[in-house]
Design a protein around this ligand. Structure first.
Ligand code: UT7
Length: 330
C-alpha cells in the first residue's frame, strides 16, 4: 500500500490564528459585495486578520507554542525547520531562521519554501524524505501566512477570500510506525500568470503584470484549472499507492473555496461528508489551510489516530501536491 519509503512519523500538531475577525458584514462596508454572494460562491463567513505589527514569524511561533503545550513536546532538539510561506516577514532572512532564534533551537537547519497553497504538503513530503534518508531526526514543518498584508481591500474579487493563520507539525524518526504512504507533486508553470504577486520582474512571458504588490488572481481560470486537474491528480495518487478512495477516511483539500471542494468531490466520487476544511471561519489562508483543517477535525472528534488521510494542496505556480498519511498525532 505504501508507494514511498518512510521512516518518519507525524507526532504532534499546533495552530494559531490572530484574534481580529473580519466578517462578511465588515466587507460589505468596504467593497460592493454582500454576505449572501460570499457564502454562496465561496462558503466563507469570516477570516482572521493580523495586527499591523504581527507577522508570519509571530503566528508560526504561536502555533509551535500551542503544539508544545498540547503534546508536552520539546522542540529544543529539532534539527530542521521548514516553513512554507508566501508572506515572509522579510525577503530574507527566512521565517524559519527567525523561528530558530526566537525558540532558542541551537542545532537546526532552517529554510523557507514557496509552493504557495500547496507548500505545507510539499514541506511534509520533504520532511519525510530527509528523515527517511537519515539526514535529519526531528523536523518542524510549518505553513504560515499573513495574506491580509498583501491583499487589496478595494478589490472585491480577492479581498473576500484571504485570511491569516499558521499551523505546525512535528515529524520524527520512527522506523516501526511511519506515517507517510504516498505522494504526488506536479507543476503547471505556464498557468503562473493566473495567480501572482510581483517581485523583481514585472513581466511573465509576454504578459505585463499588475505591479501593485498585492495578490492578483484570475479567479475563474484558477477555479477551472483546479476542479479539472485536482481530481486527475487524486486518481494518479491513488493508482500510485494502489489504494482506492474508499480506503481514505478523510480528504483534506486546500481550503480555497467550498464550491470548488464540492466540485472536486463530485468529480472524483469522494463523499463530501468525509472532507475536513477550514474555509468557513478562516477563509483562504494559503499554506495554513490544511493544518487548520486537521486541527478542526481533531477538535470536532472526527480525525483519530490510525485514520488514513489524503492531503491535497493546489495554488499559485500553478502547483499541486497530494500526500496520503496515516494520522499518528492524537
Ligand atoms: O488559493 C489559491 C487558489 N485560488 C483559488 O482556488 C480561487 C479560485 N477562484 C474562486 O474561488 C472563484 O473564482 C472566486 C470566488 C474568486 C469568484 O467566484 P466565481 O463564482 O468564479 O465568480 P466570477 O469571477 O465568475 O464572477 C461572477 C460575477 C461577476 O459579475 P458579472 O461579470 O457576472 O456581472 C463578478 O464581477 O460575480 C461578480 N463578483 C462579485 N459580486 C459580489 C466578483 N466578486 C464579487 C463579490 N461580491 N465579492
Amino acid at each position: 500500500m505504501s508507494s514511498i519509503s518512510s521512516k518518519a512519523k507525524i507526532t504532534a500538531i499546533g495552530t494559531y490564528v490572530p484574534q481580529r475577525t473580519l466578517t462578511n458584514a465588515d466587507l460589505e462596508k468596504m467593497v460592493d459585495t454582500n454576505d449572501e454572494w460570499i457564502v454562496r460562491r465561496t462558503g466563507i463567513r469570516e477570516r482572521r486578520i493580523s495586527q499591523p505589527e504581527e507577522f508570519t514569524t509571530d503566528l508560526c511561533v504561536a502555533a509551535i507554542e500551542n503544539l508544545i503545550e498540547r503534546y508536552n513536546k520539546s522542540v529544543k532538539d529539532v534539527d530542521l525547520i521548514i516553513v512554507s510561506t508566501t508572506t515572509p516577514d522579510y525577503v530574507f532572512p527566512s521565517v524559519a531562521s527567525q523561528i530558530q532564534a526566537r525558540l532558542g533551537i541551537e542545532n537546526a537547519g532552517a529554510l523557507d519554501l514557496n509552493a504557495t497553497c500547496a507548500g505545507f504538503v510539499y514541506g511534509l513530503h520533504l520532511a519525510n524524505g530527509v528523515v527517511t534518508a537519515g539526514l535529519n531526526k526531528k523536523v518542524l514543518v510549518l505553513g504560515g501566512e499573513t495574506l491580509s498584508k498583501v491583499t487589496d481591500y478595494s478589490d472585491r474579487t480577492t479581498c473576500i477570500l484571504f485570511g491569516d493563520g499558521a499551523g505546525a507539525v512535528l515529524v520524527e524518526y520512527d522506523e516501526e510506525n511511519p506515517s507517510f504512504l504516498s505522494s504526488y507533486l506536479t507543476s503547471a508553470g505556464e498557468g503562473g500568470v493566473h495567480l501572482y504577486r510581483t517581485g523583481l520582474s514585472k513581466k511573465m512571458d509576454l504578459n505585463e503584470l499588475n505591479d501593485s504588490g498585492y495578490i492578483v488572481q484570475n479567479g475563474r481560470e484558477v477555479y477551472r484549472w483546479a476542479v479539472t486537474t485536482v481530481p486527475l491528480g487524486m486518481k494518479a495518487l491513488m493508482e500510485k499507492s494502489r489504494l482506492d478512495l474508499k480506503d481514505i477516511d478523510w480528504f483534506v483539500p486546500h481550503s480555497a473555496n467550498l464550491r470548488m471542494i464540492e466540485s472536486i468531490c463530485e468529480k472524483s466520487g469522494f463523499p463530501i461528508e468525509k472532507t475536513l476544511t477550514s474555509i468557513e471561519y478562516f477563509g483562504n489562508t494559503s499554506s495554513a489551510t490544511i493544518p487548520l483543517a486537521l486541527e478542526k477535525g481533531i477538535m470536532e472528534g472526527k480525525l483519530q489516530p490510525g485514520d488514513r488521510v489524503l492531503l491535497y494542496g493546489f495554488g499559485g505556480g500553478l502547483v499541486q501536491a497530494g500526500l496520503i498519511v496515516e494520522w499518528t498525532a492524537s
